[in-house]
Write a protein that binds this ligand. Structure first.
Ligand code: BDP
Length: 679
């Protein structure tokens, strides 16, 4: 009796929703329905259609509403892989042109159910903003992941193709639930081995798992493969033998994987081979591969992330190399452009290439893995960064030509459209290392589907599905997430500062960093230019002239210190320490306040989080709490390192109302983390 009472009391104190969780279920924590309320009917489905069967099964397991009718309608080409949902009385109709559209519609319905939202009376139609919504894995064949902070690679190359980890199915399902329909399996710094027949069979095994989730497989290729594994004497894209080699390789791939997606290529960048090794252009290289792929409908994602160790500003180089090639790429080539002109910094202006090359298909590349944002230790919700870029007006041919509009399916080129993000997932139980990093994977998928969604809406959905719908949790955590990116910018590199990171691992601050004999454009001083006069990189017409790569009137807006947004000030200007900011503070004082503000924000996040203890399960509560502690310590580390270092140049005091440094600069300079550092 007493025991029963205890049990009851326990149940009361720990309701079912607070059961221990490890994050492995991501945002897909649907509870199984106990008793079906409605029937699930499929119209026009072939019994062999596994995607449709999966859609039906998901509803049968988790849908707690009334009857649902799933209807395939191949005549609805307008829907692409989207869908229409409508409601009549107690019945929900879901219509799609293709079966994968039905699967997406099912996840939409479950999302509405889980977040407590209803289907609008007028119904809804969803058509994706981009045709190809792709994750880029920087996974190596030895199981390590370049810039990965969530454990080893999901792909177990040794066990493949015979043994299939259950993780592959879960991966497919998670991606399908947010509309991601493509994956590049391996690192852009690619090994040619992946194109060997043995490996291709492994790739095929993965493609066979992912197919029913609507996901196509792509691979990164090494441009020197004809030499490396084909026994040819060179890999010159204009060499007939080289062309033949790629054609037969592609044929071999399609014989194994009939719906293979295509190639991602990093060429002539950071030591990777490419067409320029033979005096050929990026277009020569991309087109040679495109010609091999085009008979099968394959695509080439050709990366624009290139820069040489020259005297010129690194931020200008991709534009300089690619703009002259506008119009020279085949229709099945998409130029894959990182969101900023340098490299996934906490804040960069949008990459000017995105507003140039009107006759070339371009796509964005974002980075989910937090190479420059505190790895899997810092809570940084990236949707505001993505939105900032997507909503940037490029002024390409007039006002209103946002990055979204130029790259999504509203584009006028009539070619396939795409958007990519470097994945942040690995074998960690919770997939992403930090529980909140799951939100970045989620946000990318949602924005790739609909780039009009707001960061707030995406955070709201994600929180409700991943944690709880209790308002006392949702509201403060949403606010915290929305502020988290700006907080990171503030404690790492405010006002347009960039690349103050420690060499190689990019985790902590090293504004003093200097490797004798190292490339200048890998050194922080190259970017911050601190001296007795001031701080920042002069990219105006008096400096590197990078500002001229922006279309008018942006070149003038950025090019005039009084109209340049302050959050990009030190990106475009070398500003004197006593320059008056909008706040009335001098640059030096403002800088101190920003760093301090970043630190205070993280402290506030800790306080907000600790109040949340009663709303969620203990393991996830504690895990996030522990990470916030690391983040708070790191934020102070950043502030103390950067302010004390810059103070050597400004020779001014840190405003006396601000917290004093707690670290000595000389000690901070001694910190040397190993490359594989994950904390
Ligand atoms: C940089 C990374 C490097 C990548 C490179 C790339 O530090 O590991 O290989 O980008 O995108 O951000 O190719």
């Amino acid at each position: 009796m007493y025991f029963h009472f205890l049990l009851l009391a326990l149940l009361f104190i720990f309701p079912a929703t607070l059961r221990s969780e490890d994050g492995s279920q991501l945002w897909l924590r649907f509870s199984k329905q106990v008793k079906p309320v409605g029937t699930i009917q499929v119209i026009k489905g072939k019994s062999t259609d596994v995607t449709l069967a999966l859609a039906k099964q998901e509803l049968e397991c988790y849908w707690k509403g009334g009857d649902v009718i799933l209807k395939l309608d191949p005549s609805r080409k307008d829907l692409k892989d989207g869908y229409q949902i409508s409601q009549h009385e107690n019945q929900v109709y879901m219509i799609a042109g293709q079966s994968v559209g039905i699967l997406y519609a099912v996840y939409h319905l479950l999302r509405l159910q889980e977040t407590g939202a209803g289907i609008p009376r007028s119904g809804l139609v969803e058509i994706p903003a981009y045709d190809i919504r792709v994750l880029n894995h920087w996974d190596n064949l030895d199981g390590t992941i370049e810039r990965g902070y969530a454990g080893h690679s999901l792909w177990n190359w040794e066990e493949l193709p015979n043994k299939l980890s259950p993780r592959y199915e879960q991966y497919g399902r998670a991606n399908a639930s947010i509309g991601i329909n493509a994956t590049v399996l391996n690192n852009v710094n690619a090994s040619s081995d992946l194109l060997k027949t043995d490996y291709l069979k492994k790739v095929k095994a993965l493609a066979d798992v992912f197919r029913k989730y609507g996901i196509k497989v792509y691979v990164s290729i090494n441009f020197s493969s004809p030499q490396n594994i084909g026994g040819l004497t060179n890999s010159d894209p204009l060499n007939q033998e080289v062309k033949r080699w790629w054609k037969s390789k592609v044929k071999e791939i399609y014989a194994l994987i009939p719906d293979f997606g295509g190639f991602l290529v990093k060429a002539n960048s950071e030591g990777q081979p490419g067409p320029q090794d033979y005096g050929r252009t990026h277009a020569d290289g991309a087109n040679m591969l495109a010609d091999a792929l085009s008979p099968y409908g394959g695509i080439v994602f050709w990366r624009a992330f290139v820069y040489h160790p020259t005297k010129d500003d690194r931020a200008k180089q991709a534009y300089q190399e690619f703009v002259p090639l506008d119009g020279e790429f085949r229709d099945n080539v998409i130029l894959q452009v990182k969101n900023g002109p340098i490299d996934f910094q906490p804040r960069e202006p949008f990459n000017p290439l995105l507003g140039a090359m009107p006759n070339t298909a371009k796509m964005l590349e974002f980075q989910l893995t937090q190479e420059y944002l505190g790895f899997s230790n810092h809570l940084v919700y990236l949707a505001p960064l993505f939105k900032e870029v997507l909503d940037s007006d490029t002024y390409a041919n007039g006002k209103g030509q946002t990055v979204s509009k130029l790259t999504d399916s509203r584009g006028h080129l009539g070619r396939k459209t795409a958007i990519a993000a470097v994945a942040n997932i690995g074998l960690d139980t919770n997939w992403t290392g930090h529980h909140f990093a799951q939100a970045n994977w989620y946000a990318f998928g949602r924005l790739a589907w609909n780039n009009n969604l707001s960061s707030v809406q995406i955070a709201d959905e994600w929180i409700r599905m991943t944690f709880t719908g209790v308002q006392e949790f949702v509201e403060p955590i949403k606010k915290l997430m929305l502020e988290s990116r700006e907080a990171a910018v503030d404690y790492m590199m405010p006002l347009g500062l960039h690349h103050l990171f420690a060499f190689e691992h990019h985790y902590g601050p090293e504004p003093w960093g200097d490797i004798p004999g190292g490339r200048p454009d890998w050194m922080p001083w190259y970017y911050h230019n601190a001296d007795s006069v001031g701080l920042g990189f002069d990219r105006t017409v008096n400096g590197s002239r990078a500002v001229t790569q922006y279309n008018p009137p942006l070149d003038k807006i950025y090019g005039n210190i009084s109209t340049c947004p302050e959050n990009l000030l030190l990106w475009f200007y070398h500003v004197s320490w006593n320059y008056r900011m909008n706040s009335g503070n001098t640059l030096w004082t403002e800088l101190c306040f920003r760093y301090d503000h970043g630190v205070q924000k993280v402290r506030e996040f800790q306080k907000v989080w600790d109040r949340m203890e009663k709303y969620i399960d203990r393991p996830r509560f504690l895990a996030v709490q522990a990470k916030l502690r690391i983040q708070a310590r790191d934020a102070v580390w950043w502030k103390d390192a950067c302010l004390q270092y810059f103070q050597c140049f400004s020779r001014q005091p840190i405003p006396y109302e601000l917290e004093r440094p707690i670290h000595n600069l000389e000690e901070l300079k001694k910190i040397k983390l190993p490359m594989g550092h994950h904390n």
